[in-house]
Design a protein around this ligand. Structure first.
Ligand SMILES: [Zn+2]
Length: 440
């Protein structure tokens, strides 16, 4: 057992005030106790002590929307609108390159980038999810992989039935891993049929999984949906039975008031990806209104091809600032809620708020420590919560634990993961860059 003794503890469990003189006892994968340091030292005299002077200990961050493999496409398609970006750049590149090797290497880069920035869990959607899982296991991250479905053939399979069959086999293969979880992940209303949506909705119920889907990302997605189906995509999914407490609506830029009311009533999540929405000029998601109506709002980076960073600190800060600016209300999405959107609320979105998102007894020991050092951007600390929410930065992360294991030690990946990261960076430079240029 190990006793972690930080300068400040921000458990996200109840109080907004960071506490001093606290300690966290880790036993294997989980947190066994949280409390006054003197008490825990007395109760567990044999626990190995780890001192974290000048550091805040808090739950690991949860990125609720990624396409990890797309790290290899960073910078390969910039300054384009979604339709052009997807149809003329991304799909041709993926058609030529996205195989199991591509997905593994891209996911290693993404998981490494995220872990070092304090993201312990990522909720992913991509082909060859088994390779993303392998990469997450090799690097040390917790992953929610998607049972992916899209209506057209790709290198992963010949259509939805094949994708679902292969993803389910991958789910079985990794069933014993406590850091591997699954969702059903229909790509979007404009790429998935009614039959496939219905099938995945039933599968989510049967296997008790969340539903991870792009929705109302652009205005044309909504108008095209109305001309094709006579319904807004949200109405169509609601009719098909998918809009429920399991549903994570990614983007939701063009949701109207009545749709937000239904989401609040049914306990759905709006996954806000502000950088991606701005970069693809998709618009401004109505997050202040969503929060006011009681919709759970979390944040996601989306993939590196449309962001192009995987930095959740940046993303949540931007989400909060846009929320205030767009609503003309400076009190919208305040600092404490910014931190919750990356921890407690994100865990609830993924159906795991009983064991993720807080530093609490019985929960998985997924934690990060953040240094409050002598760098100019850190001072003065009038308010630690505001400091983390508005001037927090991935470069301030010192240590990261996933399921009780130290996976980032003093800003570096540990052991074989560090070697894998270095090899994959070299390969991205020497091999993948050439392959991408050949397709372009
Ligand atoms: Zn996406």
């Amino acid at each position: 057992m190990q006793l972690i003794c930080p300068q400040w503890l921000l458990s996200m469990a109840d109080s907004e005030a960071p506490l001093e003189n606290q300690a966290v006892l880790i036993d294997q994968e989980r947190i066994k106790a949280v409390g006054p340091r003197s008490e825990l030292e007395h109760l567990y005299p044999n626990a190995k002590i780890m001192e974290l002077p000048n550091q805040v200990l808090m739950p690991g961050l949860i990125n609720t929307h990624t396409h990890a493999a797309m790290n290899l496409l960073r910078g390969a398609a910039d300054d384009l609108a979604l339709h052009d970006w997807l149809q003329n750049r991304i799909w041709p590149l993926e058609g030529a390159l996205a195989d199991d090797e591509f997905v593994f290497d891209g996911s290693v880069l993404a998981a490494s980038e995220m872990l070092k920035g304090g993201i312990t869990t990522f909720n992913d959607m991509y082909f060859f999810p088994e390779q993303t899982v392998r990469a997450a296991l090799a690097v040390g991250s917790r992953v929610f992989a998607g049972i992916i479905a899209i209506e057209f053939p790709t290198r992963y399979g010949n259509g939805p039935d094949d994708y679902i069959k292969k993803s389910l086999a991958a789910r079985d293969e990794f069933a014993g891993e406590s850091t591997v979880h699954w969702t059903v992940a229909p790509h979007a209303p404009y790429t998935v049929s009614d039959d496939t949506f219905k099938r995945l909705g039933l599968l989510a119920e049967e296997l008790d999984l969340q539903i991870h889907c792009h929705l109302h990302e652009t205005a044309s997605e909504v108008t095209d949906g109305i001309s094709r189906d006579g319904l807004r995509p949200f109405q169509r999914l609601d009719k098909l039975g998918l809009i429920n407490e399991r549903f994570l609506a990614v983007h939701g830029v063009h949701l109207n008031t009545s749709e937000l009311e239904i989401m609040a009533q049914k306990g759905c999540t709006l996954v806000h990806c502000p950088s991606s929405n701005l970069k693809l000029a998709s618009g401004f998601a109505p997050t202040a209104q969503a929060l006011d109506l009681g919709v759970r709002v979390t944040v996601g980076t989306d993939g590196a091809a449309s962001n192009n960073k995987l930095d959740l600190w940046d993303e949540a800060r931007l989400g909060s600032l846009l929320s205030k600016g767009y609503a003309g209300n400076a009190t919208a999405w305040p600092a404490w809620k910014v931190l919750k959107s990356m921890t407690v609320d994100a865990a609830a979105a993924l159906g795991k708020d009983h064991e993720l998102g807080m530093v609490k007894s019985g929960y998985f020991a997924d934690m990060i420590s953040i240094e409050i050092n002598d760098k100019a951007h850190q001072w003065p600390i009038n308010n630690l919560v505001s400091k983390l929410a508005y001037s927090g930065h991935s470069r301030d992360i010192v240590n990261v634990w996933v399921a009780g294991k130290l996976v980032v030690d003093t800003q570096q990946l540990v052991g074989k993961a560090a070697d894998l990261e270095a090899q994959t960076i070299r390969k991205a430079h020497r091999v993948w860059q050439t392959r991408i240029e050949q397709v372009s």
